[in-house]
Design a protein around this ligand. Structure first.
Ligand code: GAR
Length: 201
């Protein structure tokens, strides 16, 4: 069967991208393959990870393109040119418009570092999510993989995994535990599940 062509959109370090690439190598992901990595930051380490894995890395600059529409059009052009089936947001820190998300209905997934519906939506990204969780004093947090629609972090949930919050946690320590115990596990699993489903339909 044909493999789903996957584009991973990133903004930073790309540890979730790495988890996907590793899962591809180990066979956990076998129904899809990463065809391109697209970053909105030129210096994102994720682009280096892509290069090291022999995957095409593209930098698309919102600053240079000026408007959200032009930025999204450039991403769409890159996706169409490569006939991408599935878009994975892995630490992509830019909110996509409804025009974009509706074009790829149930073909965009995102990893979020909390148990949605807690600590999600506009303004909750990266370390801020863990700062908010610690401030609230929750004893359990985790990660969620969900479909992306026009509501930030509001799409249908695909997978979740809980992670304990421990006494003395800092946002950085908690972030790392959530990545290790949840994100790097459930994101590759969800990529495989959705790739397989897309290729069957
Ligand atoms: C991850 O924790 C991811 O869940 C989060 O940013 C980090 C990116 O790390 N994403 C969001 O907060 C999206 N709202 P990475 O670049 O090492 O994968």
């Amino acid at each position: 069967m044909r493999k789903a062509k996957i584009a991973v959109l990133v903004s930073g370090g790309g540890t979730n991208l790495q988890a996907i690439l590793d899962a591809q190598n180990s066979g956990v992901i076998h129904s899809g393959e990463v065809a391109a990595v697209i970053s909105n930051h030129a210096d994102a380490y994720a682009l280096t990870r892509a290069r090291k894995a022999g995957v095409e890395g593209l930098y698309i600059s919102k600053k240079e393109l000026k408007t959200q529409e032009a930025f999204e059009n450039a991403i769409i052009a890159a996706l169409e040119e490569r006939e991408i089936d599935l878009i994975v947001l892995a630490g992509f820190m830019s909110i996509l418009s409804e025009r974009f998300t509706s074009r790829y209905d149930h073909r965009i997934i995102n990893i979020h570092p909390s148990l949605i519906p807690s600590f999600c939506g506009q303004g909750f990204y990266g370390l801020r999510v863990h700062e908010a969780a610690l401030k609230k004093g929750v004893k359990v947090t985790g990660a969620t993989v969900h479909f992306v629609n026009e509501i930030p972090d509001g799409g249908e949930i695909i997978a979740q995994k809980a992670v304990e919050v421990l006494d003395g946690d800092t946002p950085e320590v908690l972030q790392r535990r959530v990545m290790e115990e949840a994100e790097w596990i459930i994101l590759p699993q969800a990529v495989e599940k959705i790739s397989a489903a897309l290729m069957e339909s």
